[in-house]
Write a protein that binds this ligand. Sequence first.
Ligand SMILES: Cc1cc2nc3c(=O)[nH]c(=O)nc-3n(C[C@H](O)[C@H](O)[C@H](O)COP(=O)(O)OP(=O)(O)OC[C@H]3O[C@@H](n4cnc5c(N)ncnc54)[C@H](O)[C@@H]3O)c2cc1C
Length: 416
Amino acid sequence: MRTTDTVVIGAGQAGLAASRCLTDRGRDHVVLERGRIGQRWRSDTWDSLHLLTPNWMNTLPGEAYRGPDPNGFSSAAAFYGHLTRYAESAGVPVEEHSAVRLLRKRDHRFEVDTDRAVWLAANVIIATGWCDRPAVPAAACALPADIHQVVPGEYRNPGSLPDGGVLVVGVSATGAQLADELRAAGRDVTIAVGGHTRMPRNYRGMDIYYWLDRLGLLDTTIDEMPDRMLARHEPSAQVVGRPDHRRLDLATLQADGVRLAGRVLAIDGYRVRLATDLPATVASADQRMRQLLRRIDQHIEANGLGDEMLAADRPPAVSPARAVGDLDLRAAGIGTVVWATGYRRSYPWLRLPVLDPSGEIRQRRGRTPVPGLYVLGQRFQHYRSSNFIGGVGRDAAFVADHIADRHPAACACAGC
Ligand SMILES: Cc1cc2nc3c(=O)[nH]c(=O)nc-3n(C[C@H](O)[C@H](O)[C@H](O)COP(=O)(O)OP(=O)(O)OC[C@H]3O[C@@H](n4cnc5c(N)ncnc54)[C@H](O)[C@@H]3O)c2cc1C
């Protein structure tokens, strides 16, 4: 049996940020990681994945970007290398290859069982990630066995898929990138389009994240949002991080020969029934993009920045009229379905009453209803940027302050 003040579960950016903030406050802790530091970036990514956020944004507590390319986009491999060096320099007490199997209350403390040890702690921070498991619709089960199915965390590159056409389901950042890559490799690609957030990579000469930051949109809090549930499930921005900073959206995909289809409604063997609301879906995404671009224009005008910025350049419209109808996969020569349909969370080891009916951890600014139990890295945990690399640090500091302020009697250290 080992004791500590705080157990942090997970050594991604959220767990490392928590550790750094606890160290800064002199709190004893351990970080338990089932794989290696930054495991998600090592194993759940495809070969060409680069971060979507520019380098200047991707900083953790206590660091500032000092590299040569603030506007560049790090590869996944470079980023987990960075996380590993950060952990070393921050002295993160991480125990790798320690998967948490059970978290429960034992008397007034938490018991955390891993496959290697049992820990007792006064506090626990769950930092196992928002993008924990792929969220694949139940309809996937109705596909015939000879249709290859893959989720983004298992996809590696076009060569890793069987020959033939591909149906990509989902058109947020991941679906758009994979459709683009597969099409560039000569595949016949159809993309099933659901609700999405369209944004140009650059606008008026600056990266879109520069504008989101400048307009304060990344700092919007969940309390300012009219519908918390909707806010937490906002589709991720449809962007790609490439050296040429090029735009990736339905218009570019369509121009490159990707066929657009409505969202998947039902599957019966090779028959895929598709929604007919594509024009409305596309119009709604375009309208929200135009609103954002208008806000940027207004900001430029209000701050007298017009002379410094490039002229307004609206991305071209998408033509949903050319969308395909219901699909017969066999007739269309489609042998693979890529489910780029987002992520869900799963906490099979959590034996504490903190999950809501949909299985999400109930929390407010990271504090759960169980005193001493915290969570980090949730989508819109408090800020819109809460689950961004550069956003989690603020929440980690808030949680660490809360832990540091807890009554010393709650401390699990031997001397308390
Ligand atoms: C494809 C993709 C691209 C993204 N690109 C960007 C980007 O460009 N910029 C940006 O700001 N954000 C990006 N994000 C969003 C976010 O930054 C990442 O999801 C990031 O990995 C979240 O970090 P985290 O520490 O919260 O969770 P994770 O990185 O998922 O870390 C959780 C850790 O917990 C470990 N773990 C899980 N269960 C257990 C257990 N039972 N016991 C012990 N350890 C456990 C896992 O192995 C993992 O290492 C991206 C997300 C995805 C999916």
